[in-house]
Design a protein around this ligand. Structure first.
Ligand code: UDX
Length: 438
């Protein structure tokens, strides 16, 4: 099938390569000329495992192309994906300006009937405005530009894997024709055993917000438990294991630490709360999730202060700057929030990250960067594990201890076993678990 993709960010570009990979003819477009120039040269504009290779493969095969012209992407397309950003307004509400502009682009350039897919996360009800815009702009196509909601559930760092092997493909549509087109588009995935869930459009839109808010709720629940465990002398990892052994709860997303970040959870939870408010339902649980998430960062500052006494004139090494491993994304990154708070308290902050260092420096120019974790630790008064990159789990802890000015390791992601750290001669300050001295 011929597929157009408007917006080639994290969602759009992965949509492009995965649909081209299963044999569709895909044309991507973006309003950022630099991004398209990079893609035309075969360069992925952000880091994602496997993306560069798949981009190369699908563009070489001739099934994937990029252009600055929306007309090229939209004309003759059977399906057009809207994958533009929906950033938060000052009020927390999702801004749908780019979605409306994309709808107008589709209307302007469509040469015949097409299915227009909302892939970006949007508040329930957006499809109605989308439909109205398409009809107003193209009365001649009289409703044959059909709207479908097909939210993405990709995790950064696993995006290719998630796109090629989705847990489920959620499709919200109104007509048999639209469902039929989407079933055809995803036929290869379905043949491989990946299920499609079909709903009405509003349900699909809302389900995406419901999933993200619930996952964030689990994380904040674990972080609130961590605060209580710290006071009670209990171990939050063991508590999460007990909870997780109940299949009704599940162990996933119960890891206490520095909390969630990234471009989805913080923004989507705010937008979901605004949507609820607009619909006349007060949903304070959502703001409580966000509050506990901020507290997860201040709790680490408190831990560092407790270990180092005054923070003025102290040097703190942050291991990990991205919001999670496997990505160079630093948007709403808890490690950067931590760096800011530490600096406000007078500490010097040095950071190391295998992928996100340059982005972090762009966001926080005062941050010193180190070329490796041992360099970061060198002369620092404590090291803080902020992101659970695999390479940190393999650290030579004796070398870390020798490099540090004070032998203190704060673990904001609980990646180590206490015995292992203490055996290396470090005092260990995990999250929601009792601290241990050598
Ligand atoms: C998320 C959703 O998982 C995905 O389905 C949706 O499409 C986009 O948002 P992503 O933001 O890539 O994906 O990251 P995810 O792996 O879900 O992690 C989100 C954040 O939660 C990260 O900062 C991570 O470090 C944190 N996290 C996750 C925890 O703090 N504890 C956990 O137990 C799990």
């Amino acid at each position: 099938m011929r597929v157009g993709v408007i917006g080639t960010g994290h969602v759009g570009l992965i949509t492009c390569v995965s649909l081209a990979e299963v044999g569709h003819q895909v044309a991507g477009t973006d309003s950022e000329a630099q991004k398209i120039a990079d893609l035309q040269r075969g360069e992925a504009p952000f880091f994602e495992p496997g993306l560069q290779e798949l981009l190369h493969q699908t563009t070489e095969s001739g099934r994937l192309s990029f252009s600055c012209s929306a007309a090229t992407a939209v004309a003759d397309a059977d399906v057009v994906f809207v994958c533009v950003g929906t950033p938060a307004r000052a009020s927390g509400e999702a801004s749908l300006v780019a979605v409306e502009a994309a709808a107008r682009d589709v209307a302007r350039h469509a040469t015949g009937p097409a299915v227009v897919v909302e892939k970006s996360t949007v508040p329930a009800g957006t499809s109605l405005s989308l439909k109205r815009t398409l009809r107003r702009e193209r009365p001649d196509l009289g409703g044959r530009l059909e709207v479908v909601s097909n939210p993405e559930f990709l995790r950064e760092g696993h995006a290719i894997e998630d796109a090629l092997h989705p847990d489920r493909i959620l499709i919200g549509a109104e007509t048999d024709h639209a469902f039929g087109v989407m079933r055809r588009l995803y036929a290869t995935f379905v043949a491989q055993g990946h299920p499609i869930i079909e709903t009405d459009i509003q349900t699909a839109e809302l389900a995406k917000h419901a999933c993200n808010a619930f996952l964030a709720l689990k994380i904040s629940y674990a972080n609130a438990l961590a605060r209580i465990c710290e006071r009670a002398g209990a171990d939050v990892v063991a508590v999460a294991d007990v909870m997780g052994s109940d299949p009704r709860i599940g162990r996933a997303f119960l890891n206490a630490g520095l909390g969630y970040g990234g471009y989805c959870f913080p923004k989507d939870i705010q937008a979901f709360q605004r949507l609820a408010g607009r619909l006349g339902y007060d949903f304070p649980l959502l703001s409580e999730i966000a509050r506990i998430n901020q507290e997860a960062v201040t709790a680490v500052v408190d831990k560092i202060r407790e270990a180092l006494w005054n923070l003025e004139d102290k040097r703190v090494a942050l291991l990990g700057l991205s919001f999670k491993p496997g990505t160079d994304d630093i948007r709403f990154s808890p490690p950067l929030a931590l760096a800011r708070l530490l600096r406000e308290e007078g500490a010097t902050v040095v950071g190391y990250d295998p992928e996100a260092a340059a982005n972090a420096k762009g966001e926080l120019p005062e941050l010193e960067l180190a070329p490796d974790p041992y360099d970061a630790a060198s002369g620092a008064h404590c090291a803080v594990v902020c992101t659970e990159w695999e390479e940190f789990k393999q650290l030579d802890l004796v070398r870390v201890r020798d490099a540090l000015a004070y032998p203190i390791l704060v673990d904001g992601r609980n990646i180590f076993e206490p015995d292992q750290v203490v055996a290396a001669g470090l005092s260990y300050h995990p999250t929601g678990r009792p601290p241990v001295e050598p």
